[in-house]
Design a protein. Structure first.
Lengths: 254, 406
């Protein structure tokens, strides 16, 4: 029980709607130990995004316990949550979310601004991280100068710059082609080998198989939790995610 | 940290230069207007104060009054009802500092080939004190001149230059109504009076000389007007009252008879002139302040647009660890940088415009450090005030909503 990076128990989340509270997460329990590589899957509206937002301290549960690295996050103040986001967690988004007007090294250094690191030190660490993801030579470029896959590498460098214990990736390959997706997943696997805990949300089974453990959400509950190898079996019993669903949720692709 | 934040504000402003410039322009115009209008308003006040001082402080003019003969009433100053003796009696009243009886007239004045028609005032030596009007060259005449009815004259600056040009008038002889007068001295420059007359177009001669040798009087010792100076502004009212009863008594007026003299309080005229310019400069400042306010609203408007436009950026910053206060300071700083930069440019333009008005239109302007500081302070406050709401709006964004914003 103790020593887990993530310890979630009895987690509920409901949104207030005109028609009354609408439950999104119902009694979710999950523990993730240090060094795990977890993929979260599930159809749209299954609650997986809400769950990720709560894990990432961007949202708070309606009830239930969430302990991150031994800290009871669910009772923290807004400012403390901001500190947790900046120091313990690294985010990787589907849309890369780099700031377009500043250079790549400044983008990578941005989290350090909010943890009050001196400018010299910030840029030094940022360059180390850019080298790590193989983009050191583009340090001074603007984000629109490089490809999507490269932008996602920069985003990963940014997530790593504060040496977090946990990386949360929300559809990190959703905007990338298959080959680039494989490269990004290889990078995640490498980071995981270095001991960083990774939790990623994805639609694509191919991507999920890079993880070691698969958690499947449906209607606000965890319906499957086990090794990825077993999940492959289970997958036959479930309808695959259809292209139409994909287009429905990611209409911006067209 | 503050350096980093300023750098961020700078790059955010640089990202949309035209918009930043236009926003700044509101501040620039506002501050320039305040500085320029205050400079001109205070300049006008100064000009009025100077012409009031040139007239003399705490002054009354006592005019000889009107009389009625055969049903015809003549206007004030035309009946010979005031005398030098009245003046001496007034001088003995408490609160009276100086008394200067005056017998004015105008005369043709000749020196060499030049001649000139000017006003000639018969005065006593105390007149120069009452008007605070020093002699620039030569010497003033004295009580001895008054007693011995000498023909000496003090020339106003305008008369001196008109008659003598570059020549030194002191000691020369001029002719006033064909009587020779020796020029004892030249008066310093006084400038225009409040009603625009040239106060330097004047010759002063001893009162007795004016009465007996130049203009003549209906009764010996009568004067047209007496200037009286009270010793302090507070005593003006009591002096006016006691003068009034003194003169009624001396002139043996019955209760049902009108005054045969008139007392004018010149300070009241001066005060209303000063009040007028004060209100004018206040009004100018108020109108200019409105443009400063409009500039501030412009900043608020643009900052609100900017917050909406950069919602996603705010979301990203929050996701990677920015606190509410970090976001608040970031946007507040942008508003302050815009307003302070606009303010500095506005100060330069405002001061430049004031100096230009001074150089081209010869307008009196006063650029005081306090008004510049005030404009700067107000502009910075406007920046903070109007920047605060958009900045708070940014800081209060929900990070999830902000990240989802397209």
């Amino acid at each position: 029980m103790t020593g887990n990076v993530i310890q979630v128990s009895g987690l509920h989340k409901a949104y207030d709607t005109p028609a009354g509270p609408f439950p999104v997460l119902k009694d979710v329990d999950l523990s993730i130990a240090p060094g795990e590589f977890v993929a979260i899957m599930g159809p749209s509206g299954s609650g997986k995004s809400t769950f990720m937002n709560i894990l990432g301290c961007l949202d708070r549960p309606s009830s239930g316990e969430y302990v991150l690295d031994g800290k009871a996050v669910s009772t923290m103040s807004k400012d403390d949550l901001a500190g947790v986001r900046g120091g313990l967690i690294g985010f990787v988004f589907q849309g890369f979310n780099l700031l377009p007007r500043i250079s790549l090294e400044e983008n990578v250094a941005l989290p350090l601004v909010y943890s009050h690191v001196e400018k010299e030190e910030r840029l030094r660490k940022a360059r180390v991280m850019l080298d790590k993801v193989g983009l050191g030579q583009y340090a001074k470029s603007l984000p629109n100068r490089i490809s999507g896959g490269q932008q996602q590498r920069v985003a990963i460098a940014r997530a790593l710059v504060n040496s977090p214990h946990l990386i949360l990736a929300d559809e990190p390959t959703g905007n990338l082609d298959t080959k680039t997706s494989e490269e990004i997943m290889a990078l995640f696997e490498e980071l995981n080998r270095e001991g960083i805990t990774i939790v990623l949300v994805t639609h694509e089974p191919d991507i999920a198989y890079h993880a070691k453990r698969l958690v499947r959400f449906r209607d606000g509950r965890i319906v499957h939790d086990g090794d990825v190898s077993h999940a492959q079996h289970d997958d036959h019993g479930e309808p695959a995610i259809s292209p139409s669903t994909l287009l429905g949720t990611e209409g911006s692709l067209s | 940290m503050i350096y980093t934040l300023l750098g961020q504000a700078w790059s955010a402003m640089g990202a949309n230069r035209l918009r930043t410039f236009l926003t700044m322009l509101g501040m620039v115009i506002g501050v320039a207007a305040v500085v320029l209008m205050t400079a001109i308003g205070q300049g006008a006040q100064l000009a009025v104060a100077e012409s009031i001082n040139s007239m003399g402080a705490n002054l009354f003019i006592v005019l000889s009054g009107s009389t009625t003969s055969s049903g015809v009433r003549v206007g004030t100053g035309n009946a010979p009802t005031l005398t030098v003796a009245d003046g001496d009696a007034i001088a003995a009243l408490p609160g009276v500092a100086e008394v200067a009886p005056i017998h004015p007239g105008s005369a043709q004045v000749v020196y060499g080939n030049n001649n000139w028609n000017t006003s000639v005032f018969g005065v006593t030596p105390s007149y120069l004190d009452v008007r605070s009007w020093p002699v620039e060259a030569g010497l003033p005449f004295t009580d001895t001149d008054l007693r011995s009815v000498t023909r000496v004259a003090l020339l106003g600056k305008t008369v001196a230059t008109t008659l003598f040009g570059d020549e030194d008038p002191v000691g020369k002889t001029i002719r006033i109504r064909n009587s020779p007068f020796q020029v004892a001295g030249v008066l310093s420059r006084k400038g225009q009076s409040l009603d625009g007359r040239d106060q330097d177009d004047t010759i002063l001669i001893p009162l007795t000389t004016a009465q007996r040798k130049v203009f003549g009087t209906s009764f010996p010792g009568s004067v047209r007007l007496i200037q009286v100076q009270a010793s302090s502004p507070e005593l003006m009212a009591s002096v006016e009252k006691s003068m009034n009863s003194l003169l009624r008594q001396r002139h043996r007026l019955r209760d049902n008879q009108d005054d045969d003299f008139a007392i004018r309080n010149l300070t009241a005229v001066a005060d209303s002139a000063a009040e007028t310019t004060r209100i004018m400069s206040l009004l100018l400042g108020a109108i200019a302040s409105v443009s400063l306010l409009v500039g501030g609203i412009g900043i608020m408007n643009i900052m609100l647009v900017s917050v909406t436009e950069r919602t996603r950026e705010i979301g990203i910053r929050m996701a990677i660890g920015a606190k509410e206060s970090d976001i608040l300071i970031q946007f507040l700083l942008e508003a302050i940088v815009i307003s302070v930069a606009g303010c500095l440019i506005g100060l330069v333009i405002g001061i430049g415009g004031a100096l230009l008005a001074n150089a081209i239109a010869n307008t009196t302007v006063v650029i005081s450090g306090s008004s510049v500081l005030l404009a700067f302070g107000v502009a910075a406050t406007v920046g903070i005030f109007f920047g605060f709401y958009p900045a708070r709006k940014a800081a209060r964004l929900d990070p999830i909503e902000a990240l989802r914003y397209q």
